[in-house]
Ligand binder design. Structure first.
Ligand code: OAD
Ligand code: ZN
Length: 250
């Protein structure tokens, strides 16, 4: 079947890279952004624009930081995260790039996932750029005990969750690494992303342009399907464990 064929190609690959989005974590109880009932059904994306944050950091922390804590709090990796971590441990997968800020690839054991949208586990100072563990600040959000934006312990600047908001520069290092990995890969596995924002929209093209075997696993169609050699419109928790089994048990 198609999964065994995709597995055979993975076994033969020299540099396989996975690229994931919010669909990887829905089975862990975290809603994605654009499906029905997703995060953008309940929050206005414009409230998560960097200019909105800059205009009103206190309002962000009082009213909207709960979105970030909801995504970040108390979730466990699922069998799709586990499958990628185990493919990596067994030497079939080089690396995972993710748009997710939930830390679940890391929790599943993936080695140093490339987090192009930052990470919810830290807050970053807007002034001195020092990063701190976010947990104490989220604790206050959870308890509804926030009067405004918390101040940086080092310089008294404004703290922001270390995640990329709309209109904000993506962290240069991770983005650059993601682009290089996509170009160097000879197998590029997209899982659980609508591929509707940059650079997600163009990473699969970078891979395909340099001759990489493109594989897409996503419930709904994506713009990368056309160029993909393997397309699975199915649940990542079905396909990725099956791909892992077919790859490692052959
Ligand atoms: P989206 O919500 O845009 O897309 C998630 C995709 O995963 C959808 O196409 C779903 O159909 C699919 N999906 C959901 N559950 C699935 C499952 N169990 N198995 C297979 N597919 C599933 O999320 P992203 O593509 O990650 O950025 O969104 C990219 C970025 O847009 C996010 O990082 C966020 C958002 O705005 C920022 O906040 C800056
Ligand atoms: Zn500071």
């Amino acid at each position: 079947n198609r999964v065994s064929e995709a597995a055979a190609r993975l076994r033969a690959a020299d540099k396989a890279v996975a690229f994931t989005g919010a669909g990887l974590s829905t089975a862990s109880g975290i809603p994605d952004f654009r499906s029905d009932g997703g995060i953008w059904d309940r929050y206005d994306p414009m409230d998560f624009h960097i200019r909105r944050f800059e205009r009103d950091p206190d309002g962000f922390w009082k009213d909207r930081a709960a979105m970030v804590t909801e995504v970040y709090d108390g979730h466990d990796p699922n069998t799709a995260h586990d499958a990628l971590a185990s493919l990596e441990a067994d030497g079939y997968l080089d690396c995972t790039i993710t748009q997710n800020v939930d830390g679940l690839h890391h929790a599943a054991g993936s080695d140093d996932p490339v987090t192009i949208h930052g990470t919810g586990s830290r807050v970053a100072c807007r002034d001195c750029e020092t990063r701190f563990d976010a947990e104490p600040y989220y604790e206050a959000v959870r308890e509804g005990d926030v009067n405004g934006a918390p101040a940086c312990p080092t310089c008294d600047g404004t703290l922001k969750p270390d995640v990329v908001l709309f209109g904000e520069q993506m962290p240069f290092g991770p983005l650059n690494r993601a682009r290089t990995l996509a170009r160097e890969s000879d197998y590029f596995l997209v899982a659980g992303s609508s591929l509707s924002v940059e650079p997600a929209a163009s990473l699969p093209d970078l891979a395909a342009d340099t001759g990489s075997t493109l594989v897409v696993v996503n419930l709904e169609e994506t713009q990368a399907d056309e160029r993909a050699e393997f397309v699975f419109h199915a649940d990542v928790t079905d396909v990725l464990p099956a791909l892992r089994a077919a790859t490692t048990e052959a």
